[in-house]
Structures are given as C-alpha cells and as structure tokens.
Design a protein around this ligand. Structure first.
Ligand code: GDP
Length: 369
C-alpha cells in the first residue's frame, strides 16, 4: 500500500481525482509539490497565495461523526470565532456534542477592533451570544493570530484550562483558525515539524495533532463552511473588505431622518425617524460608503449596484442575494451589527432599518463604546 500524502496546510490526504473533495490537488501541482517539498492541497494553496476561499465538500454525516468524537473524549474544546462575525462563526448544535466538556471561547481578529472599543464589552457580548446558542464557555479570550504576544497568552490560557487533557480546536472556515494554529505552532513550540495527522474514525477527514509536553495533543479539526457568511457572496478580489487586515478607523456621518447609507452594495442603513445625529460606521477602511435620500434609495440601488455600489461586482451579480430589510426602534446607545461586515453605532433614540443579503444576520447590541 502506498503511504498517503498529506497537505502541509490542513493535513488532508492529497488526492487528484475529486475536484470538489477535500485534499484535491491537480496532478501537475502534486508533482511540483513533491519536488519542492511544499505540498499543499488546492484549497490551501489558494488561501496562501490568493487569499481565496474555495469550498470543500464535507458531508453533514462526516461532520457529525467528527463532533461526536470530540464529545466522546474528555477534552478541552477551544471554539474559535471571528469577533466581527459571531453569527457566521456559530457551529450549529455544538453545545449538544461537547456535552460535558469544557469550552473555551476564543474571539479572533482582535487587531481589527478600534482602540476605542472596550474589550471587556466585546467579551461580555460574545459570552451573551454564546449563551443564546446554548454554550456555556468556561472563559472568553480575545486574541489575534497576527500578534505574537496574543498567541502566547492564548497558549497559557489553554494550558490553564486543559488540566492535562487533550485540546480540540473547532471553528467554521474563515474565522482564522488555521492562521491561529500556525501561529501557536510557530510561537509556542518553536518547531515547525511537530504536526502529525490522523483520521477521524468513519470519516475522510483528517485531524492535525500537535503534541504537547505531557503526551497530550492540540487537535485541529477541519473547518466546516458556514453558508451564511458575507464572504461567500463576493469575489476573491473583495474579500479584504469583509476580512479587514488593519485596525478599523470609525467614520461618522451626520444624518437627518429620511437619509440612507449604502455600504458598497452589501448592506444598507435607513434613518427612518429621530433628530439629526451622528452615526458612526465601523467597517473596513476601504469599503465605500454612499449617502443618499431614503425616498430615492431603492432606485439608486437598482441603478448602481455592481458599479458605484460595489462589492458585489458585475460578475458576482447573478449569485448575489437580494437585500432584506429589518426595522429596529432603538432607545439606548446601540450598535447595528451587519454580520461579517461591521457595525453602525447609533447614539440617540432612533427608528432605523438595516438591510443585508438574504441569509446574513443583522442584530442589535448595546454599544461597545
Ligand atoms: P480558517 O478558515 O478559519 O482556517 O481561516 P484562515 O486562517 O484561513 O483565515 C481567514 C482569513 O482571516 C484570512 O484572510 C486571514 O489572513 C485572516 N485572519 C486570520 N487571523 C486573523 C487575525 O487575527 N486578524 C486579522 N485581521 N485577520 C486574520
């Protein structure tokens, strides 16, 4: 029997036949990878080189088996979520599978948060949202995969809570789980050769095992794809707009009632009723925000989406969902959160409407500032 080859990015067994399957690599890339010793599956290759998200088919059955294995093991479960996209980070039913195991909730991408945001509020908010999902984390930790000190602190926290047990790291794709795991390996173990892989029983999914000093492991599980992420509705060129790389600089817009803001063509904010006031947007610094009259907004969108109001681009228009509207009456200082995109702070009482692509969440929270 020929020994299986593994992707050095995600640990999947390399295969050259099923284009939509896990570990797919074109034959030519396989040969090149063997030559250079850097063998990546196509998905990891694209992520590394183009920051591009390619869908991998993981059947629900396989994923359920994976979660069941986690649930049957006495382990610490580390659930990585994207601070900017809690809703797009949720693993449905996770609380049932982890059963009696401790869960440490890790909010990644803290580096994007503006300095003015109080981190204790972010942690409380994540905790509340987790409770709504039935999860009772032992703690909530904020981190950035890009920050060495953060990842070292995270390793300390994990060490603190795992109490000699194995650690399963779970998360949906795009939350930064791979980047975080790589940072942990690099910073905490000082060794890039420590990864081993093994199979989840009854699945074609591989787990990456990072040995710890005491014979336990940090086990990285495959990410599942969350279909309701903003990231899935736009092309690879625009991904940076929903996955900012730099600290966000808030921008304030003075609006009268009857005015509308468009966040590219991805989301819309209508000021329906209230006194003239400043609304502060927390979005990627490059996302174009357009102001218009509410009464003209529908027409404006139809006319300009894909061009002036982009992303989505012309090419994405066929698959881009329609925007759906949700109205909110706000009495206290609140954030309107456009899942995976950012938020708008409303300081004074107001009635507003928020529009997002169908399938993406929009929620209100107490203001983080
Ligand atoms: P995975 O699918 O969960 O493994 O996610 P990746 O590790 O591939 O990361 C998804 C995207 O988020 C990539 O564009 C990363 O560069 C970015 N990313 C990951 N971690 C961080 C972080 O801590 N801060 C910021 N700003 N971006 C991050």
């Amino acid at each position: 029997e020929v020994e299986a080859l593994h992707c050095i990015g995600c640990g999947a067994v390399i295969q050259t036949t099923d284009k939509a399957g896990i570990g797919y690599t074109p034959q030519s890339a396989l040969e090149k990878g063997l030559e250079t010793g850097e063998l990546y599956c196509q998905r990891c290759f694209r992520l590394r080189h183009y920051n591009e998200i390619a869908a991998v088919n993981i059947s629900d059955d396989e994923f359920l088996r994976l979660l069941t294995e986690v649930g049957n093991t006495n382990a610490l479960v580390v659930n990585v979520v994207d601070i900017f996209d809690f809703n797009g980070s949720v693993i449905p039913g996770l609380h049932r599978f982890v059963a009696g195991n401790d869960v440490l909730l890790v909010g990644n991408k803290r580096d994007i948060l503006p300095k003015s945001v109080k981190e204790s509020k972010v942690r409380n908010w994540l905790r509340e949202r987790a409770h709504e999902e039935g999860l009772r984390p032992v703690d909530v930790v904020l981190t950035s995969a890009y920050n060495r000190d953060d990842t070292l602190d995270l390793v300390d926290e994990i060490e603190n809570y795992r109490e000699g047990r194995d650690v399963y790291v779970v998360g949906v794709t795009n939350v930064g789980k791979s980047t975080l795991i790589n940072a942990i390996i690099k910073n905490a173990t000082g060794d890039s050769d420590v990864i081993t892989t093994s199979r989840f029983p009854g699945t074609t999914l591989d787990k990456i095992e990072i040995p710890l000093d005491d014979g336990s492991f940090i086990i990285d599980t495959p990410g599942i794809i969350h279909r309701h992420q903003m990231a899935h509705f736009i092309g690879p060129e625009d991904l940076k707009l929903v996955s900012p790389k730099k600290e966000i600089k808030p921008k304030t817009y003075q609006l009268n009632e009857g005015q509308t803001l468009f966040m590219g063509g991805l989301a819309r904010f209508d000021y329906l009723k209230g006194d003239k006031q400043g609304f502060t947007g927390f979005f990627d610094n490059h996302l174009m925000i357009h102001r218009t009259k509410l009464e003209k907004a529908d027409e404006f969108y139809v006319k300009h989406k894909g061009s002036l109001l982009a992303p989505p681009r012309e090419d994405d228009m066929d698959t881009f969902p329609k925007l759906v509207r949700k109205e909110f009456a706000l009495k206290e200082k609140s954030d309107i959160v456009f899942s995976g995109l950012g938020w708008i702070r409303v300081a004074k009482p107001a009635i507003i409407a928020a529009w997002v692509p169908e399938g993406v969440d929009v929620v209100v929270r107490k203001s983080l500032i």
